[in-house]
Design a protein around this ligand. Structure first.
Ligand code: AHR
Length: 491
């Protein structure tokens, strides 16, 4: 099969906001305890943070990490994770039926983020709490005033404010699994009043309202419209969450997942712009795709977990080669919408549906999805170019009329490098590329995620079973059937 990819280095989609490469750490399973934090581990630093984990996170170049949830935040009292560790309460954690020791809270996490060369994206509890607690935590984290919560932060040893810029107004408040689920109008009113107070405390913050917890929930659309109509003036972003998977073991259908993400993004943009027009506003509401990934492998094993354990192994999906192709493809889709998707968080970062896995008390290894995320995050900085792809399509199950080849090109700030991220979604059918608009650039390297066994993955005992393939550079550029690719062109 042949496909054509055309760019014009003067025609851009948008400058990419680096925060499109953000991630997520929730108090869930072994993400925090046994993941980023394990005092006593041979690599632990003075605060108990694992340095082996930290160094892999730095390889991923994650600019911002969402915290502390997720479903967890909807039952969380943030004060429990501040101050003297010996006095912190151990609590029943209702989102994941676990025990939360509160050894780590915002005091520690903001310090961890600094050490990981990342910023914190903080979520407030709008499940069991509301506007009052939300404005208090903004004061605690960001205020320089001589007032109660800012002084509490100082008393806890932090003279300087944490300066947390981006805040989420709750999490998935439409979901019936959520602690404190809301009807659209209930959430819209609460989000509006909470946003108002939070910005009164710190007008420099940016706020993300909850969108729907996925494109297939009943209230999708109605939810976004209600929230935006009510709170438009106080908001900066609306969130999107979506997870993909191959539970029916149809790999060809699964490789079409990015088309579902693409439609979800286009639908949300349309709603934002409709409300903008109704309000005759000059302001765009941008998109924060703050939970996305593959998640399905661990569903059955999680049902067998005993409740009320501390840091049980939950959501520990073991990823394979096809998952890594899908993850790379989802990133291509995010970049193609980088004019409106300003924030995106790979959910999650360590142990919980994660690119990085640890053994508690032991070693560490990279999952297959680590690689496409790393290559895109490190090389996909600059400006996304309008990338025109001419390709045949395929249909399989829910994947209808999906382009076989898809791609996005990114030009570096100095113009010396063009990075092309491309996928061939058709199993068993190679695509020979015709490239147009790359004059003056030379293909320097081509790496891919591809292989004979789509189900192969990595583990602590076989950490390099699936790694990127370095392709030979010849006159012809070919994308193997069922592959994700990174091609680097330089002047
Ligand atoms: O990332 C795992 C969970 O998925 C989050 O806690 C929740 O927001 C979503 O349903």
């Amino acid at each position: 099969m042949k496909a054509k990819i055309s760019i014009d280095t003067n025609k851009a989609i948008s400058k990419i906001d680096d925060r499109i490469y953000s991630s997520f750490i929730e108090h869930l399973g072994r993400a925090v305890y046994g993941g980023i934090y394990e005092p006593g581990h041979e690599t632990a630093d003075d605060m108990g943070f694992r340095q082996d984990v930290m160094s892999l996170i730095k390889e991923l170049k994650v600019p911002m990490v969402r915290y502390p949830g997720g479903n967890f935040v909807s039952g969380y009292n943030w004060e429990d994770g501040t101050g003297d560790k010996a006095l912190r309460p151990k609590k029943m954690e209702l989102a994941w039926n676990s025990i939360e020791t509160n050894e780590v809270g915002i005091d520690e996490f903001q310090e961890w983020a600094k050490r990981a060369e990342s910023d914190v994206m903080m979520a407030v509890n709008l499940g069991t709490r509301g506007a009052d607690d939300a404005r208090n935590i903004v004061e605690y984290c960001n205020s320089k005033t001589d007032t109660y919560y800012a002084n509490k932060r100082r008393a806890n040893g932090f003279e300087d404010p944490f300066c947390i810029k981006v805040w989420c107004l709750g999490n998935e408040m439409d979901g019936n699994w959520q602690i404190g689920t809301k009807r659209p109008v209930e959430y819209a009113r609460l989000a509006c009043e909470t946003a108002k107070l939070m910005k009164m405390v710190d007008p420099s913050i940016e706020l993300v309202a909850c969108g729907s917890s996925g494109p297939f929930v009943e209230t999708f659309g109605e939810w976004e419209e209600t929230v935006l109509r009510e709170a438009y003036e106080h908001l900066d972003y609306i969130s999107l969450h979506s997870y993909y998977g191959n539970p029916d073991d149809n790999s060809q259908e699964y490789l079409g997942s990015a088309a579902i993400m693409d439609k979800f993004i286009r639908d949300v943009i349309e709603i934002c712009d409709k409300v903008k027009a109704e309000k005759k506003s000059d302001k765009d509401i941008n998109l924060s795709f703050d939970e996305w990934n593959v998640w399905f492998h661990s569903n059955e094993q999680d049902k067998k977990q005993e409740p009320w354990q501390i840091a049980p192994p939950l959501l520990e999906d073991m990823y394979n080669l096809e998952d890594s192709i899908v993850v790379g493809d989802l990133m291509i889709t995010l970049l193609k919408h980088s004019d409106r998707v300003k924030i995106a968080c790979l959910a999650q970062l360590v142990n919980v549906i994660a690119p990085i896995m640890t053994e508690t008390g032991g070693g560490i290894w990279k999952q297959t999805i680590f690689y496409p995320f790393m290559y895109t995050s490190v090389n996909g900085r600059g400006t996304a170019l309008d990338t025109v792809v001419e390709s045949e399509s395929f249909s399989e199950g829910k994947a209808e009329n999906v382009s076989i080849v898809d791609a996005v090109a990114v030009i570096s700030e100095d113009g010396n490098t063009v990075s092309l991220f491309a996928v061939n979604r058709k199993l068993g059918e190679d695509a020979e590329l015709e490239l147009s608009g790359f004059d003056g650039y030379r293909l320097q390297s081509h790496i891919s995620m591809e292989g004979d066994d789509l189900k192969a993955g990595n583990s602590i005992t076989a950490p390099d079973n699936v790694t990127p393939v370095t392709k030979e550079i010849t006159d012809k550029v070919t994308l193997t059937g069922g592959s994700w690719n990174y091609l680097k062109f330089t002047k």
